[in-house]
Write a protein that binds this ligand. Sequence first.
Ligand code: NAD
Ligand code: USQ
Length: 409
Amino acid sequence: MRKIMILGGDGFCGWPTALHLSARGDDVTILDNFSRRDIDAELGIQSLTPIAEPDDRIAAWEEVSGRRLKMVRLDIAREPDRLMGLLDVARPDVIVHFAEQRAAPYSMRSADHKRYTVDNNVSGTHNLLATLAALELETHLVHLGTMGVYGYDGDGLEIPEGYLDVTVKDRDGRQFDRSVLYPTRPGSVYHLTKSIDQLLFQFYAQNDGLKITDLHQGIVWGTQTEQTRLHPALINRFDYDGDYGTVLNRFLMQAVAGHPLTVHGTGGQTRAFINIQDTVHCVALAIDNPPKGGERVKIINQVAEVHRVRDLAQLVAEVTGAEVEFVDNPRREAAENDLAVSNATFRALGLDPILLRDALLDETLETADKYLDRHDPDRIPATALWTSGNRPGIPKRVPGPRERRRAVS
Ligand code: NAD
Ligand code: USQ
């Protein structure tokens, strides 16, 4: 039985991962500052599915599984001393790090949201690394990174898993072989923080011998997993709003709501996708296959398949009869891109990914239909704009992240 800490374990990917690892017998503790719940209040949105209070989630899991999950409220970006104290006592075998602000549109709303995203994500990751180094722990750190660090203006060259082998010629014609981090080209402040994370990992692996796996995940779709289906209080988040809703879940929800599918621009953006059940499966595979101490950071692409946004809209329209609407693109991104991604490592470890053509589109549609009365149509449009100087269109219901902090300090 491994002792595992899940940072950000109250969120969309972290919660089902915590349940999966607990179900297979690991000793799991969740650390979360519940900022994602606060951001719901800030934006005046809510998950389409009703999310139980943290204590009720824990009680429901104990009831259906007979297993204990621990949950601690802690801000990894702002409480480094508490984090150090906790890790010194717990000395976990594995830490899975999901605890970052993860919406690209939210990270582009205003200067305040940009600063919050950078401060939260970069400080949180660095606090964790500095703590592991100071305590000289053998812990394996598994981080959830993103395919989006590489940007999306590619021409179809297959993106390798983290590193690029290059040969450079100097002035005298001598050749040098190097293996370098694949160049990043982030398209939002959120994606930028994940690019910075990569350098932090590289430094601490090389300087302190930390064991780190960085999972470069594509866009996650779906809601439920084997464990979250077991009790109504275990249900996972379903974000559909213009900031946190990811494209396929948004299209599925929009179809059920009778809203036209909001394709940005030409819909020529090509992206990588993975179902939430496979997110959970891949994290478990990464935990079971750690790098050795002193090895470079193990970077694995966590993706199942690649699709163009307008093709996804077409597919959802065919299944549901929904209309497709091409709306002005609020983001600054290439109108069309090609994308090819290697997922050789997880394939070799036995991943047989769930694909869109499998039955789970129906399950996501059914979930959206069941909770449709909780949706607010005003929260469907994406209003955060990438162009500087533009103000987001959603009135704030409560103060933004900085103002909230100032109010409590
Ligand atoms: P989420 O917002 O639902 O969950 C993140 C959790 O972390 C929340 O519960 C939040 O309260 C917590 N958190 C944030 N900052 C924290 C801090 N400073 N201290 C403690 N807890 C903190 O996001 P998610 O969709 O579950 O994503 C999890 C991770 O996976 C993120 O790092 C994200 O970048 C990555 N990822 C997500 C997707 C996706 O499509 N959802 C795709 C690729 C990568
Ligand atoms: N899009 C639409 N219509 C919509 C919503 C989105 O056309 O209604 C388009 C966007 O313009 C974009 C694409 O769909 O071109 C993907 O948008 P998204 O919101 O689904 O995904 P993204 O902003 O990239 O972010 C999500 C997660 C993030 C994760 C990332 C993985 O929120 O945490 O890192 O997916 S990846 O895209 O591989 O970088």
